[in-house]
Design a protein around this ligand. Structure first.
Ligand code: UD1
Ligand code: UDP
Length: 385
């Protein structure tokens, strides 16, 4: 039996962790004991608790209640809490997802006391160190013992940074094992797709018609905190809705909701609020989100997870960033990077919606990343030097 400590904190991590917890429950319950630590980075019911209920994730064993704060204060509080728990439990592995401050806190706490780190969603790079996430993911990759890449570009990024694909056990932070396993989020989308079609409430609630509305999410700090960028994004959404008479539904992250009044110019805010085609709503549950993604015509987003889910559901997407870590979907022509450039966002909408045919070859594995990760942890855990 091995013991693992899973660190979650932000919405996408809670969702990703569901796939691993499900795999453990269904296939490895006699071999792996999971202890879940919620850092409390996200805490509103619709940013956290809703996912535990809906995705059947076990209640966290610990909650650090870190909440919102500056990067330094938030991360420091998490490091202290995680270190204490790791010392108490002494697990075989700590499991870290993605690139948030909760990920970084786990990496710092564990690496200093030599708890082997498993990084799920390793190797992604935006090559933009102004992004807090880029710092977090590089730090986590470079302290990890087992790294699991969701895409081939992730694997290539690691090898070009000096990680060796042919490393032999025993693995440790100086001799890490890198494994390409596909995307754990894809596991969830496949698993919950049919369930979401049956049990979502959102499509009828907002009277949405299949392939006849746009879904948008905006939360990236350089979009929300920069009034020029935020105004350009909302201007383009307003124009797309008007010019095409199409509904745009925007489940808005609390970060963005809190900044609309201060960072959007007053006239635009009034236009948005009076535009019957635009519906700004609270963040939705995962099953509702999958239903929106599955039924919409196109997705406009700055979210990493939502970009990928657009591709899983074979929907074109417009990326509100100047680059993406998920380069494969852009290379396929399924997504366009439009940054926060009003003209480019509108032009991308027109290009993507007038395109006759778009293929969506499988790029993110076989939906069994979680099982692969569990098997690999078990196969390598006795081999520490
Ligand atoms: C974090 C991650 C980001 C990820 C996103 C997923 C970092 C540096 N960023 O960004 O990579 O894409 O989560 O959603 O870790 N807030 C609430 N209620 C909540 C949570 C947040 O109101 O439950 C508000 C607070 O005003 C807070 C702000 O959102 O200050 C930002 O939250 P924070 O967790 O610091 O960063 P995110 O922007 O959510
Ligand atoms: N998501 C959700 N409800 C929402 C918005 C997003 O369930 O209102 C899900 C979405 O389906 C995806 C994940 O949250 O699985 C993406 O998280 P987010 O956009 O917050 O962060 P990122 O992926 O950019 O780090």
């Amino acid at each position: 039996m091995i013991k693992i400590v899973t660190i979650i904190g932000a919405r996408p991590q809670i969702i990703k962790a569901a796939a691993l917890s499900r795999a453990i429950k269904n296939h490895f319950s006699d071999k792996i004991t999971e202890i879940i630590v919620h850092t409390g980075q996200h805490y509103d019911k619709n940013m956290s608790q809703v996912f535990f209920e809906e995705l059947g994730i076990p209640e966290p064993n610990y909650n650090l209640n870190a909440g919102s704060n500056s990067h330094g204060q938030q991360t420091a509080q998490m490091i202290t809490g995680i270190e204490k728990i790791l010392l108490e439990i002494n697990p075989n592995y700590i499991i870290l997802y993605g690139d948030t401050n909760s990920t970084l806190a786990g990496a710092i706490a564990a690496s200093k006391i030599h708890i082997p780190i498993v990084h799920i969603e390793a190797g992604l790079r935006s090559f933009n160190k102004a992004m807090p996430e880029e710092i977090n993911r590089i730090m986590c990759d470079h302290t990890s013992t087992l790294l699991f890449t969701p895409t081939l570009s992730g694997l290539n990024n690691l090898t070009s940074e000096g990680f060796n694909k042919n490393n032999k056990t025993p693995y440790n932070a100086d001799n890490p094992g890198i494994f390409h396993c596909g995307d754990i989020m894809y596991d969830n989308s496949l698993y919950f797709k049919t369930i979401s079609q049956k049990s979502n409430t959102i499509i009828s609630k907002y009277n949405l018609k299949k392939d006849n509305f746009v879904l948008s999410t905006i939360h990236r700090n350089n979009n929300t905190d920069n009034p020029i960028r935020l105004n350009a994004i909302f201007n383009s959404l307003n124009k797309i809705a008007q010019q095409n008479s199409i509904n745009i539904i925007i489940p808005l992250h609390p970060r963005t909701s809190k900044l609309l009044n201060t960072n959007l110019n007053k006239e635009l805010l009034t236009l948005i609020k009076s535009n019957n085609h635009i519906k700004i709503i609270e963040p939705v549950s995962f099953l509702d989100m999958l239903a929106l993604e599955n039924n919409c015509k196109l997705i406009i987003t700055d979210s990493g997870g939502v970009q990928k889910e657009a591709y899983y559901f074979e929907k074109p997407s417009i990326i509100l960033r100047s680059e993406t870590e998920w380069v494969e979907i852009v290379e396929q022509g399924a997504a366009i990077i439009a940054d926060a450039n009003e003209e480019k966002i509108i032009d991308s909408y027109n290009r993507l919606t007038s395109k006759k045919k778009q293929s969506f070859p499988l790029l993110f594995g076989d939906g069994k990343a979680a099982e692969f990760i569990c098997e690999t942890m078990l196969a390598t855990q006795k081999t520490y030097s």
